[in-house]
Design a protein around this ligand. Structure first.
Ligand code: GFB
Length: 320
């Protein structure tokens, strides 16, 4: 991959796509194709094929397809599964047909079996039942990994799959009901502070643990893997903070300056009890995350405030 390589971020409107769009030019990659207005609708097979035929991308980051937090996964399993399956099949097949040099596909840590041993190792994939709250989305994500493997086996395509920790950052979906825990709580705690609410309800028991990764660090890991990893096995993309949801809520309250009470509503689902990745393969290659959790939350909050003030609303994008 050279600065002149034609690079396509399939899913530039997602959390990770936005971070890649920021990062790649900073690292000297200026020949980005399919950015903003000329990005094809990824669920449309004809648009995607026509785009690959005309733009001829050489390197593809497949980070597209909608996602959401535990709320959106429960209310929209069909939309999430269908749009992800369409995105995956369209982009992967076109990448093969139009001779892409290398593709990195981002799956999700929710594709691991619910009760797999922790930290989650690649060997545990497909060894047990999935977490029910995200089964449809996770099944589509697993299909994407298997499709990459199939194209590698049949055609020798250099298609690599990464399983990221839970990402968050600027351009996230800050919807109170649709977003993942960090952006959803940032918004809800921000609004509770402005109203002076005496307490804030946090979903679930507060006991589940998650590993988080700042979207800028994840974009950096994606670029690193594109340049330095070409194995047939998928690779976990983590190595950062592992926190309980109660710790997450308290950190966010602290960053926002919310001094009132946090109440845990155990009638709301916890989802998987624990999700922490074994990222030893990535770390052994020399990659490290740069941003600690609290600093990443603070940066994300700054972005959120700037955009709330400017737009009067928060753009909910399709996060990975
Ligand atoms: O981030 P989250 O929605 O995703 O929820 P998952 C993580 C934990 O935070 C759960 C709790 O235990 C939630 O109950 N939580 C507390 C909240 N308050 C809130 C809140 O206001 N909003 C949200 N969303 N959660 C997702 C999958 O699972 O992980 C997706 O559903 C995707 O498919 C993503 O893979 C990475 O980690 O539970």
């Amino acid at each position: 991959m050279t600065p002149a390589s034609r690079v396509f971020i399939a899913g530039g409107d997602t959390l990770v796509g936005a971070a890649l769009l920021d990062l790649l030019p900073q690292r000297g990659f200026t020949n980005l194709v399919g950015t903003s207005s000329d990005e094809p609708e990824l669920t449309d097979a004809h648009q995607v094929a026509a785009f690959f035929r005309d733009a001829r991308p050489e390197y593809v980051f497949l980070v597209g397809g909608p996602s959401g937090g535990i709320g959106r996964n429960r209310t929209h399993p069909a939309n999430l599964m269908l749009a992800n399956l369409q995105t995956i099949t369209n982009v992967i097949d076109s990448a093969h047909r139009f001779g892409v040099c290398k593709l990195l596909y981002l799956a999700s840590s929710c594709a691991y079996p619910r009760n797999a041993p922790q930290p989650l190792r690649i060997e545990s994939l497909c060894t047990g039942p999935l977490e029910p709250t995200s089964e449809s989305y996770a099944t589509a994500k697993l299909a994407g990994w298997k499709l990459c493997e199939a194209y590698r086996a049949q055609y020798g395509c250099r298609f690599v799959t990464g399983f990221p920790a839970n990402p968050f950052g600027p351009h996230d979906d800050f919807g109170a009901d649709s977003g993942h825990v960090v952006p959803a709580l940032l918004r809800r705690i921000h609004e509770a502070t402005e109203r002076g609410d005496p307490e804030l309800v946090v979903w679930g028991t507060g006991r589940p643990r998650r590993e988080f990764i700042y979207s800028r660090d994840l974009a950096d890991a994606c670029l690193f893997v594109m340049r330095h990893y070409d194995g047939t096995a998928p690779i976990n993309l983590g190595g950062g903070s592992d926190l309980t949801i109660a710790q997450v809520a308290r950190t966010i309250a602290d960053v926002v300056g919310y001094r009132a009470r946090l109440v845990f509503d155990s009638t709301k689902p916890d989802g998987a009890p624990l999700k922490v990745l074994d990222s030893s393969a990535l770390l052994a290659l020399g990659w490290r995350p740069a941003t600690d959790f609290r600093s990443a939350v603070a940066e994300t909050y700054t972005w959120f405030r700037r955009h709330t003030a400017k737009e009067g609303h928060i753009h909910a994008c399709a996060t990975v």
